[in-house]
Write a protein of this length. Sequence first.
Length: 513
Amino acid sequence: MSAPASTGTPEEELPNPLTEGLERLPVHSTALVIFGATGDLSRRKLLPALYNLAHEGALPERFELVGVSRSEHSDAEFAKDAAEAIREFSRRDPDEEVLKGLLEHVRYVSGSFDDPDVFRRLGQVLGELDDAAGQRLNRCFYLSTAPSFFPVIVSNLGEQGLDRHDDAEVRCVIEKPFGTTLEEARELNRCVLAVFDERQVFRIDHYLGKETVQNVLAFRFANSLFEPLWNRNAIRNVQITAAEDIGIGSRAGYYDSAGALRDLVQNHMLQLLCLLCMEPPVDFSADAVRDEKVKVLRAIKPPPPERTVRARYGPGTVGGEQVPGYLEEEGVPADSSTETYAALRLTVQNWRWAGVPIYLRTGKRLARKSTEIAVTLREVPHAMFKQDGSVGVQPNQLVLGVQPNEGVSIKLSAKIPGTRMSIRPVNMEFLYGTSFLSQSPEAYERLILDAMRGDATLFTRNDEVEAQWRICDPIVRRWHEEDQGPLPTYESGTQGPEEANSILVGDDQWRAI
Ligand code: BG6
């Protein structure tokens, strides 16, 4: 195919032959209702995602947006606020025409989520939107509020009969955290499933919407190269890292009651583990994929204390800036015992993975932002080459980079040019940016679209979320309810606490962050 002639349009708008075939699937006309529409998540992620979907023509032919929040606003004020949020947070500068089209008919319902009248008014607004469209629109309720409101919103939707709509689909998207303990997650599932059927429920884990996370499945199941190696015979260990350089910002209220384990391990990191370790599903349908993920979670026992490490960041330097320690952050209680770093060693006790150490670590205020899965293979069985003054033969390592290095890298051993047989590791790299020449959509774009389409493959099922809690709950209880003595600290901007080395088996080492 010849290169497209220049049209004078900005570079990102040129047709990209490498993304051909990535067509959008049609979505039925929908009214999307965001509860918590003026909140942080909505402003930073949901509204910008909707704009980008509109920009790409991916929204349904008839798309209506309704915001519900406590603050008093008119429709026009909400539209203005939404436009500002989009201008500030969208990944591309908005085209004012597209923005106007998206927000032209926006509706807003204000009031408290426990007030049945709010839901009566919402019902009326949705009825008016159906009338104006001349058809029954699908309804998608997006719960982006503080989690304590999830049960009351769901019950009110049920009581006002908004959980069903004749000849149209009704769906309910629920943000994280889905409970803060196993018992709470069970209770929330009971409450949600008393109103909606499981097929109507979409529990968000935004990591599943990331391109590079979905690529773990593509990498494993669209290549025959790796499957023969994907087991305990060839793999020595797996390391999953979700390191952040940021602190807790203005989220002390939420974070101090959550901690690193609940905030990132219970959801995002266990999902990464599942995608890496699951058996090939029969097809890429929601239940086939989720059945396999649940099997992995069921094969993991909660780790004993000696396989877990927690710590908290102290002051230090990040990106050349002096930053305070966790206890000095605004809103954090002086006697807080919340961890900002968690490391675990797990094993998946099944035929494929028995005995392979699977290390998970996450933390705030570490050296840099880096999310990756590293799979280290076993050493060659016989050291044939002398370690002749070189770094020598090292185990092959496969690194699936989630962010910010989006791609896959394979560490191989190669001969250093010269007259001696000296070996050192080299990398073979696939980089998203280079191969596809396009900016990846944000996770929320994909997830909102999938929820409106009714495709739950990238959402967590009720039994899955409970299985995740079953692994983390005993650790949470140990860390938060029992006196564990002083919490280890690590200097901000570093690799994390020394103590993390204590969970490594034999010669295993953490990769540098
Ligand atoms: C969220 C956590 O779920 O994920 C945050 O609550 C964390 O604490 C964030 O910073 C990380 O997401 P991402 O997409 O930036 O890796």
